[in-house]
Design a protein around this ligand. Structure first.
Ligand code: SOE
Length: 374
């Protein structure tokens, strides 16, 4: 399969960064099937036409069902609001189109279950777009953990902090409406932390959480009225992993000064690893195996050709960014489409994440510990 013709649903932030990834992947990974930006889908015809021209799509349509069934399309990229992930994925599966879907996989656990059944029954390549697994430093951390450099894991602690809705006058955009986004920073940001914890540590056995909405009403987008915020502004939870490790997770959009601040730290019997998205070319590592007089967190500069994905880009020390993680993501998706092989994280990974998200929300109602039920 020399090329993969893509229909993409959505053209805002995620649509733009996915389109950039498709445009660059073949330049730097020539073995990868060449993606063709064949068809862009959206609702607002004028904005859609402008986006199609700007992003380099050959065609555009407001009819997503026609796009998914188009015989000139091989794969569907769902980069739209969460409330239509499920219906589009079900239609893509029915049309035997391979599918990559932005996170979180769905707005509800039942939707996620339905999506997994559909894609597995259809036998199509399916991927959930948790891009942070493909930061080279994160992929390298996984390699170090698998080599036993930390030994038995005791702690996973992570936080994902933003501040873009601190102003009470910030309007009620779709991410603040449960019927479109499903939830607030819990499904948007804790989803990333849960996926990273599953990738690096393992499955979560039980959770206990809390959530809060600090500002309950905001101006509507057209500025003509005010309406209720129907999602949380912050969500925190504790977790017990199946292997016995303890976890703490924090997601908020009210951490003044924190723009897109994702950090995690893993503590094991032989040492620790720490990652900060604001310094995503680095990994901080502490090892009990260092000589006592020389122990301390040291910075691993993850820009060598031996590090995951890096050899395709620049010489050592020439750093990568946020957008490169999406290029790595679509690379592995396109290779899986070509080879007819699974790729992680797939929809079942997305479902397992959704089960943890759901268990935390149940816990905020019951006040007790809950078990994820994929
Ligand atoms: C908004 O919080 C957002 O765009 C998330 O939806 C993305 O997953 C994250 O990568 C950046 O912030």
């Amino acid at each position: 399969m020399k090329r993969v013709r893509i229909a993409m649903i959505g053209y805002r932030f995620m649509g733009r960064v996915h389109a950039h990834a498709y445009r660059t992947v073949h330049h730097f990974f020539p073995d990868c099937p060449e993606p063709e930006l064949a068809l862009l889908v959206g609702r607002d015809e004028a904005a859609l036409k402008q986006a199609a021209q700007q992003l380099g799509f050959k065609r555009w349509t407001t009819d997503w069902r026609a796009a998914v069934q188009d015989p000139q399309i091989d794969a569907v990229d769902i980069s739209s609001t969460g409330n239509n992930h499920c219906e589009v994925a079900l239609a893509a599966a029915a049309a035997k189109k391979h599918v990559i879907c932005e996170k979180p996989l769905a707005n509800t656990l039942p939707e996620a279950r339905e999506m997994v059944l559909a894609v597995e029954r259809a036998g199509i390549t399916n991927m959930t777009a948790f891009n942070y697994r493909r930061v080279p430093a994160v992929s390298f951390a996984k390699r170090m953990i698998e080599e036993g450099r930390l030994g038995r894991i005791y702690h996973f602690r992570a936080r994902y902090l933003q501040d873009w809705i601190l102003d009470p006058q910030f309007p009620l955009v779709w991410r603040l409406q449960a019927d479109q986004a499903g939830s607030g920073p819990h499904g948007d940001l804790n989803a990333h932390l849960i996926d990273l914890s599953r990738y690096l540590v393992g499955e979560i056995e039980s959770v206990c959480g809390m959530k809060e909405t600090f500002i309950h009403e905001r101006p509507t987008v057209d500025g003509k009225a005010r309406a209720k915020v129907s999602v949380e502004d912050a969500a925190l939870f504790l977790a017990r992993f199946q292997g016995g490790a303890l976890g703490s997770f924090e997601a908020t959009r009210f951490a003044a000064g924190r723009k897109n601040h994702l950090t995690w730290e893993i503590n094991g019997e032989k040492g620790s690893l720490e990652f900060d998205l604001e310094r995503l070319n680095e990994l901080r590592f502490y090892s009990e195996e260092d000589r006592g007089t020389e122990r301390g967190f040291r910075r691993i500069y993850v820009t060598e050709g031996q590090h995951p994905y890096v050899a395709a880009w620049w010489p050592p020390g020439h750093i990568l960014g946020y957008e490169h993680t999406f290029t790595h993501e679509v690379l592995d998706f396109l290779r899986a489409v070509r080879d007819g092989k699974p790729v992680a994280p797939d929809f079942r990974d997305g479902l397992r994440c959704q089960a943890v998200l759901d268990a935390v929300l149940r816990s905020t109602s019951t006040g007790g510990w809950e078990h994820p039920e994929a």
